[in-house]
Design a binder for this molecule. Sequence first.
Ligand code: KG4
Ligand code: ZN
Length: 365
Amino acid sequence: MTQALTFLGLESSCDDTAAAVVRHLPGTAPEILSSVVIGQTDLHAAFGGVVPEIAARAHAEKLDHAVEAALANSGLGLRDLDGIAVTAGPGLIGGVLSGVMLAKGLSAATGLPLVGVNHLAGHALTPRLTDSLPFPYLMLLVSGGHCQFLVAKAADHFVRLGGTIDDAPGEAFDKTAKLLGLAQPGGPAVEREAALGDAKRFAFPRPLLNQPGCDMSFSGLKTALLRARDALIAEKGGITIQDRRDLCAGFQAAVTDVLVEKTRRAINLYRDLAPNDPALAVAGGVAANQAIRGRLTALCAASGLHFVAPPLALCTDNAAMIAWAGIERFRAGHQNDFTLVARPRWPLDATAQPMIGSGKKGAKA
Ligand code: KG4
Ligand code: ZN
């Protein structure tokens, strides 16, 4: 198929209101013509997590501005597009509904094809947008709301190898930061402190490490951290700056060990598919962590895998990934009519065991 496609993408499943325009001519690298992300961090800051009702209202207010800005920045008008892609789940339902309703309206007004995209497919297909990575590749999605290993076999075929059974790692970083009085989002703050700490001082657990498979658990880690913090407070009446650094270092080392060991196992399962050009790609805010990224890079080098880490702005929530996933799905023959529904839960791999629990950013997929 040689047809160039230009899609508008909309993303509103969590706390980022985003719109983007992506163009692709087969045989060339996809082009992100514009990508607008309006964050909501300030709106939720006082609540220690994303408040679904506040998020939904902000999406409803900001989505059309995001679309106008994305079109203006791309230099295109609606008539220059070939389709509209929108995150139809999984996520916080009010936000997803805002996006789906706007996309339907735009599609009805213009006659452009409508393509509903799974948010996780957006993340999982990003390495093809940024690096034209061929299928099948192994994907680690690791953020504040997601944590899973997927084998991406085609734009509409993902096999889930395992994932967290409770919290996502980003959520654990955020809770750790909160317990230690550090700023949100917690990941970068904990990483900065950890760089100055002694990772060996506190022996934090490595949950599920001794169990087979690729499933992970991170909720027990924050309890361990809370206990260690409270023991210090009981002993000395408070914690010192160095205590905090050591707690962060110990916590980060535990998360890293779990992620790296489970990735090693996921690589072994993925290898059974005998890919010609094996690759591991990462997405999600936690993939920004240099300690984690460094260990994954080394693991890939030792295992003969190509390591792909898209630029951070495309690893975290954005609409370029949705526009791109829309193009890929459309090429695979998928299109929706106005019965497209917003789904709070939507596993990418319908054959995999459903996950239990619900993260701070909504239901786990
Ligand atoms: O992908 P993302 O922007 O949003 C979703 O969760 O969907 O990821 C945000 C998460 C937050 O929990 C944040 O604390 C974490 O990614 N994060 C990090 C780092 N930077 C962001 N975690 C560990 N180390 C980092 N450097
Ligand atoms: Zn996401």
